[in-house]
Each structure stands twice: as C-alpha cells, then as structure tokens.
Design a protein around this ligand. Structure first.
Ligand code: ATP
Ligand code: MG
Length: 174
C-alpha cells in the first residue's frame, strides 16, 4: 500500500493549498499516480487541483443505503451492494494523467451507515494498493478523521499560520 500523507490544522490556515502543492510536487517528481482524497465535508480540493468531480462517496453511501426502500435509488437486480458500489466507485473517481481524486463529501441522510461504510472501506483499501502516494485533505480539527473509512495516516502534516490559535490547534492535534 502507498504512503498516506494527511493534512491537519485550524480552519483556513492553508491545508488545502498545501495539499494541492504537495500533489503537484509528487507528480512532477515522478511519484505518480497520486490518489488525492478530499475528506473535508465542504470539499474544495478539486478547485485547487482544477478538476470537475463526479458523485462523492457520501452520495454513493446514501444511494446504496437507500436502495430497496426509496424508489429513487435502485440497484439493478442480480447485483450485490458490494459489486454495485465497486462499479459506482469508478464514477466517483476523477481521473487525470497524474492524479486521481476521490471526494468523501457528506451524507445528508440520518441513521447508521456502518454497513455501507464497511463496504466503502474495503473498496478504498483495494484502490489504495494502486497508488504509491495517497494525499488526504482534512477539514479543520481531527474529530472524525474521515469517519474511520480511511486507513491509518502514516504522516500528518500539521499546518498553521503564525497565529497563537493556529499553533495551539496544531499542538492539540499533535
Ligand atoms: N501560504 C499562504 N500565504 C497566503 N495565503 C495563503 C497561503 N496558503 C493559503 N492561503 C490562502 O488562504 C486561504 C485559505 O486557504 P486554504 O483553503 O488552503 O485553507 P484550509 O486550511 O484548507 O481551510 P479550511 O480549514 O477551510 O479547509 C485561501 O484563500 C488561500 O489562497
Ligand atoms: Mg481546506
């Protein structure tokens, strides 16, 4: 599995910007393909990277969780939820020559997503094995750390501006 590098720090200190620069650096120095993961519910890494995105993982989770009970969401007969997710994951992965981008997004629905989260986790684990580097952009704070879906972060870059609160937040996370 590839190296997992994640960003953390107070809001607005430059995590997403640094993420974009790091992805650019990795690609330009030949360490590609990079898997970029936007784990911020207010996703905007795609804007920094300059790409349009497909459905988010949050949307796929919802689609699969609701299939069967809500006619709006339908899984073709004879296909398991796991196989369907694997197919749909292809739509959720934005591919470029140098990097691919997966956006976690958010789930609008209420209730337990444990089962679907487990499916997503397995798919991400499969996907990860194809990339030497995985770069994860997080939202401010580390409370949810991607809702347990992402693998252990091997390296976390603590980003701060030169404000006291920024440095305190980095200290708390450390
Ligand atoms: N080194 C820097 N110097 C000056 N401005 C910067 C620097 N890094 C980022 N910015 C600017 O600061 C703003 C916030 O940056 P960014 O979105 O990368 O922060 P963030 O930590 O990801 O924010 P959030 O917590 O909301 O996700 C942007 O307008 C960005 O262009
Ligand atoms: Mg950000």
């Amino acid at each position: 599995m590839g190296h997992v590098i994640a960003m953390a720090g107070k809001g607005g200190v430059g995590k997403t910007t640094l993420c974009g620069l790091l992805i650019q650096y990795l690609c330009e120095s030949g360490r590609k393909p990079v898997l970029a993961v936007d784990a911020d519910a207010n996703s905007n890494l795609n804007g920094v990277l300059g790409v349009e995105i497909g459905p988010t993982l949050g949307e796929l989770r919802e689609e699969i969780e609701r299939a069967g009970s809500d006619p709006k969401y339908r899984i073709p007969q004879g296909i398991t939820k796991a196989d369907w997710l694997e197919m749909r994951l292809g739509d959720a992965l934005t591919e470029t020559d140098d990097f691919d981008l997966l956006v976690m997004g958010r789930s609008q629905g209420q209730g337990c997503y444990c089962f679907v989260n487990g499916l997503v986790q397995v798919q991400i684990q499969k996907l990860q094995s194809h990339y030497p580097y995985i770069v994860v952009d997080n939202e401010a704070g580390m409370e949810h750390v991607s809702r347990g879906i992402l693998p252990d972060m091997e390296k976390v870059l603590l980003v701060s501006d030169c404000s006291r609160r920024g440095i305190q937040a980095a200290g708390r996370i450390a």
